[in-house]
Design a protein around this ligand. Structure first.
Ligand code: SF4
Length: 399
């Protein structure tokens, strides 16, 4: 059943917030109370308050406030989509220290999908997905023509499937390899079928940290500039944050502030996707690593700080289904997705199920008393899934 919703949730979320009954655990905490007042009065919390929220608030109360803000925008609704992840190659000319996915070109596990392989990978999933999410390594020889072919072939066979593809560093790499500008890359790929850009590769937007984590990758400013170029061409993008490596709370706040500042200018970010570093014994031994408390705290603070980015995602491929469910009660309004196939997080140790159906996702959302809503990739079409519990469909959508 299709439903009408404003793109970013209800514009009057501040007045809805002002009329929401607030519990004592929030009102009696000076930091949470101050954050609430700032949101009601100006719609925005300061960087200093963001830091204090991370550093010195009780988790349950922080999540409680983030959930109230989420519900002021979307009520009990939680969004998901039916998608398939495809990683066209794991060969990469860089070697980011947190990355378990990349392989050197001579590694026996290295692979590269041809344009036909790519389309064939979609075929069995095509009746039940409406989005391809595709990112991969920086291939040493592929130029823009390879991706033009990939997207054109995909659109020819599956014209209704949305292509969300390429991280900022892949776009920069293609521009260099093809000797054209970032803007030209985006325009040519958009003409071939690219519909939107995921947010991967932001890591932490502080160059001193990037230098230690992923030397050779795009700088913080380049990440922002590439997304800005996309927004100026009306290509929507998402943004991400990799945390639990070597960053400080100050670095996280700097990261969130840079995204918020760019969004003030362009409005082109749809969704923020925070995810923790998944450790193994071989990579980044100095990583601080995130506990469940830290993961939920990042999601809650993101909801409170990123007032101008409409959606905050619980990325179940990385944080798992159980923590993903809890995140839906602490600021996240979106959970990704049916996914089908995924290599980047699974190479790093994720064991999140890849065979979840729409029905499974609806169940997962309903188990925490939320209402599942299937969305399209650009949050412009919404429908109550046929798998939703019938009684829920009769509930008022926004409470
Ligand atoms: S994170 Fe991306 S750019 Fe870095 S090594 Fe892995 S695949 Fe390459």
């Amino acid at each position: 059943m299709p439903v009408d919703l404003p793109l970013g949730g209800y514009d009057n979320w501040q007045s809805r917030l002002a009329s929401t009954p607030i519990s004592d655990n929030i009102l009696s905490n000076p930091i949470l109370n101050s954050a609430l007042s700032q949101l009601i009065n100006s719609g925005r919390i300061t960087k200093e308050t963001g830091f204090s929220l991370f550093d010195s608030t009780p988790l349950f109360s922080l999540m409680n406030l983030a959930n109230i803000v989420k519900e002021a925008r979307y009520g009990k609704l939680v969004f998901f989509n039916e998608n398939l992840h495809i990683n066209p190659t794991n060969i990469c000319v860089l070697a980011c220290r947190f990355c378990a996915f990349r392989k050197g070109v001579r590694n026996s596990d290295a692979y590269e999908l041809s344009a036909d392989d790519f389309v064939n990978r979609i075929e069995p999933f095509s009746p039940r997905i409406d989005e391809i999410h595709s990112v991969g390594g920086l291939h040493p020889t592929w130029r823009i023509e390879h991706y033009e072919q990939l997207y054109a072939n995909t659109k020819e066979k599956f014209p209704n499937i949305h292509i969300k593809s390429l991280s900022a560093v892949e776009i920069k790499h293609l521009a260099i390899r093809s000797n054209i500008s970032v803007s030209q890359v985006l325009q040519r790929l958009s003409a071939s079928g690219l519909d939107s850009i995921p947010g991967g590769g932001a890591e932490i937007l502080v160059d001193s940290i990037r230098d230690r984590l992923c030397r050779g990758k795009e700088s913080s400013q380049e990440y922002l500039d590439i997304h800005k170029q996309a927004h100026l061409l009306n290509i929507p993008t998402n943004c991400t944050m990799l945390f639990g490596t070597i960053e400080t709370i100050h670095d996280r706040i700097t990261h969130l502030t840079k995204l918020r500042d760019l969004q003030d200018v362009t409005g082109g970010f749809q969704c923020f996707v925070p995810y923790p570093f998944l450790a193994d014994n071989s990579r980044l031994p100095e990583a601080k690593l995130s506990t469940g408390n830290d993961i939920l705290r990042v999601i809650a603070v993101s909801r409170l700080m990123l007032d101008n980015i409409p959606h905050i995602k619980a990325y179940r491929m990385n944080i798992g289904d159980n923590l993903g469910q809890i995140a839906l009660l602490g600021g996240a309004d979106d959970i990704d997705g049916t996914v089908g196939h995924e290599e980047i997080m699974h190479s790093a140790g994720s064991n999140t199920s890849l065979s979840s159906s729409s029905q499974d996702l609806c169940k997962l959302i309903e188990q925490v008393d939320c209402i599942p809503v299937k969305r399209n990739s650009i949050y412009s079409k919404f429908e109550i899934s046929k798998y939703s519990t019938p009684e829920l469909i009769d509930l008022p959508l926004l409470v």
